[in-house]
Design a protein around this ligand. Structure first.
Ligand SMILES: Cc1cc2nc3c(=O)[nH]c(=O)nc-3n(C[C@H](O)[C@H](O)[C@H](O)COP(=O)(O)OP(=O)(O)OC[C@H]3O[C@@H](n4cnc5c(N)ncnc54)[C@H](O)[C@@H]3O)c2cc1C
Length: 446
């Protein structure tokens, strides 16, 4: 008799993980605390409940990274994607979903599966024995959160994210920006030039502060208490505290010399830091924000050097339980300190329904393969699935790790293609063609 796979949390990731493992021939028990124990955002006892928007975002599998993830999950017989397709609503190029029938169908399919059992119980410990996947999401119950913290240490578990916007490196105007660490600190040339700096004169700074103050902001959801305030204030809140606050905080101009105009002292400097090992993404340091997305692009493009910036993701602050995956997980999503436990979904530091389901798909297959004594080939790095799992389990900067959406900045460049905005269409098509071929090969080998 093969071992049972326990999956804690029957959201997007847990439901997909259960389906994949059961389809591979492994018996699964889903431990889902709802409806016995609720969260502030979930409304029902259904599995795979969409807590907010009903969109799976772009369905374009040639020019969009999340659309590519849809494609890869469909090719892998993904429960979440095939059910979403069956309950699709008209939404142009996006995949919008009729949320109640969608969650009811996922629940019914899993409950009807001969290898799946669903229990409505809260799990509050990390067991020493058995094979487990924890997919308890951004609203992991407090008791389990404490157990995870006891295992991982408090530095490696966050209860709020503080996401600074991330910019594609090749969209930054280097005729205005320059690379330099403050006071040229660092042992190596790479460290001394670790930051990308964008200078502002007084007029540009004042206009920027005006725009920050006037921008539309989002509110916290009801129940999503604003306990984030220690050390990660939104920039607009800093600006509200005084027009000079940012110049003494993340925008301070000291210790930096503008390479393009060494004699002109900048009034303020915005710093960006590398966000991934590939060097394709840079985050704007200290710029976590609750500004609405439309306002963010307008305001951040006022920064000299970022006038034509393309954003891999925009900033935000949310109630969000997530672990520091780059330090805690191995390439198979197992907890290094307790390898009988895997994590999947948003708690691993991916963001969104689709990305969470995607990580559930991989965790379910990996756990099932381990139980069945089968070797799975390495997930191809150039697929969307591979780009995402490699990012969270190693490619991301561990020190500044924050949740990530899938985006083309996570992909290795394709040789010989033009960078910048002009070459974007050809580049994205090359990424998606390469990803599909590699993903299909991987599926055929599994
Ligand atoms: C307020 C809010 C709004 C959001 N809006 C969006 C949006 O518009 N679009 C988007 O793409 N993403 C959104 N997200 C993120 C979205 O929730 C996740 O991307 C996605 O649901 C994560 O999937 P998951 O499976 O990791 O977690 P979930 O789907 O949240 O599933 C986790 C499951 O674990 C259960 N659980 C928790 N603790 C325990 C425990 N101890 N024992 C047993 N079960 C437990 C929960 O009840 C839940 O069913 C939002 C999140 C929040 C909190």
């Amino acid at each position: 008799m093969t071992q049972v796979l326990h999956i804690v949390g029957g959201g997007m990731a847990g439901s997909e993980a259960a389906w994949q493992a059961a389809e591979m021939g492994v018996d699964v028990i889903i431990h889902e605390m709802r409806p016995t124990v609720g969260t502030f955002a979930h409304q029902t006892g259904n599995l795979a409940e969409m807590v907010c928007s009903n969109s799976f975002r772009s369905d374009d599998d040639e020019q969009n990274a999340v659309g590519l993830l849809h494609w890869e999950m469909r090719a892998a017989n993904g429960l979440i994607m095939t059910t979403a397709d069956a309950h699709r609503l008209p939404a142009g190029g996006a995949l919008a979903v009729d949320r109640d029938p969608f969650a009811e169908t996922v629940t019914a399919k899993l409950r009807a599966h001969p290898r799946v059992t669903v229990t409505d119980e809260e799990v509050t410990t990390l067991p020493d024995d058995g094979q487990w996947i924890f997919a308890t999401g951004p609203l992991t119950s407090p008791a389990l959160g404490e157990a995870i913290r006891a295992e991982t240490g408090s530095d490696a578990l966050a209860f709020f994210d503080a996401i600074a916007p991330i910019v594609y490196a090749d969209s930054i105007d280097m005729s205005k920006a320059w690379m330099q660490s403050r006071y040229d600190k660092g042992e190596t040339e790479e460290e001394r030039t670790a930051y990308l700096n964008c200078p502002m004169d007084r007029d540009q700074y004042e206009a920027f502060i005006d725009a920050l103050l006037a921008a539309d902001k989002t509110e916290f959801h009801e129940g999503e208490t604003a306990g984030y305030f220690d050390g990660c204030l939104p920039i607009e809140v800093m600006a509200e505290r005084g027009r000079e606050t940012l110049r003494h905080g993340p925008m301070k101009p000291v210790g930096l010399t503008n390479r393009h105009a060494p004699d002109v002292k900048p009034h303020a400097v915005v710093q960006l830091r590398r966000d991934n090992a590939l060097g394709t993404l840079f985050n704007i340091v200290g710029f976590q924000t609750k500004m609405k997305y439309g306002a963010q692009t307008d305001v951040f493009r006022m920064i000299p050097g970022l006038e034509n910036a393309s954003f891999a993701r925009l900033g935000g602050i949310h109630r969000n339980t997530f672990i520091n995956s780059p330090t805690l997980l191995d390439a198979q999503m197992r907890l290094k300190s307790k390898p009988n436990i895997r994590f999947a979904g948003q708690i691993t530091g991916v963001e969104g329904y689709v990305e969470s389901a995607a990580m559930g798909l991989l965790a379910g297959r990996m756990a099932a393969a381990e139980i069945l004594g089968r070797d799975l080939p390495e997930v191809p790095k150039d697929s969307a699935m591979g780009a995402l799992i490699h990012h969270i389990t190693g490619g991301a900067e561990a020190k500044t790790f924050q949740p990530m959406n899938v985006n083309f900045g996570l992909f290795r460049p394709v040789d010989g293609l033009k960078g910048g905005r002009r070459g974007r269409k050809d580049r994205y098509k090359a990424y998606t063609d390469r990803a599909k071929a590699e993903w299909q090969t991987w599926l055929d080998q599994c």
